[in-house]
Ligand binder design. Structure first.
Ligand code: CO
Length: 186
């Protein structure tokens, strides 16, 4: 199981590389990677286990964050109500945003990242709604429409596959400035 010591941190060149496309059927190694990345998210979202293993809770983890430069990311956005179905849960492979809303969305609290130890305050403007195409671990292609928080999380993870970190998007002069019609997501 991945622990915080396995997570690559800002400054590691793997986080700035464009990750390679993944081919199917997945190798045993890639299947293991997918499984372990999702496992990290599941364990990190369990308050007791999170504490026990000294993890930082996460809703997304991309392969470059465990040192593997491949287009694969685990996403687990829990339900807002206790015991509900997750809003989104899958390992997204070779993901592509096929369409996006003109309207922006941003988290009121800003964003964080398991690979970035310092707090970087500011809004991270992203597309409020996206259509995402990706392959799952079985090679099946999915096309899903996402809005608000799950859309933000997937854009953050896809950025990791392109060597981009969340703070790259923060306006340096006015970190809390966002276009007037930005959907603020809390
Ligand atoms: Co991140």
């Amino acid at each position: 199981m991945y622990l915080m010591k396995d997570i690559t941190r800002d400054g590691n060149p793997v986080l700035r590389k464009r990750a390679a496309e993944v081919s199917f059927p997945l190798s045993d190694e890639d299947q293991q990677l997918a499984k372990e990345m999702m496992k990290y998210l599941e364990v990190s979202q369990d308050p007791e286990l999170c504490e026990k293993y000294k993890l930082r809770a996460g809703v997304g983890l991309a392969a470059p964050q465990v040192g593997v430069s491949k287009q694969m990311a685990a996403v687990l956005v829990p339900s807002p109500d206790e015991d509900g179905e997750p809003l989104f849960k899958d390992v997204i492979i070779n993901p592509v945003i096929v369409s996006e809303s003109v309207q922006y969305g941003a988290l009121t609290e800003g964003e964080g990242c398991l690979s970035v130890d310092k707090d970087v305050p500011g809004y991270v403007p992203r597309h409020d709604r996206i259509t995402l195409r990706y392959q799952d671990v079985n090679g099946k292609t999915h096309k899903v429409r996402l809005k608000h928080y799950p859309a933000i999380v997937c854009q953050h993870e896809i950025d990791h596959l392109h060597g981009v970190l969340f703070y790259d998007h923060i306006n340096k002069e006015n970190p809390f400035e966002a276009p007037a019609d930005t959907v603020m997501i809390s």
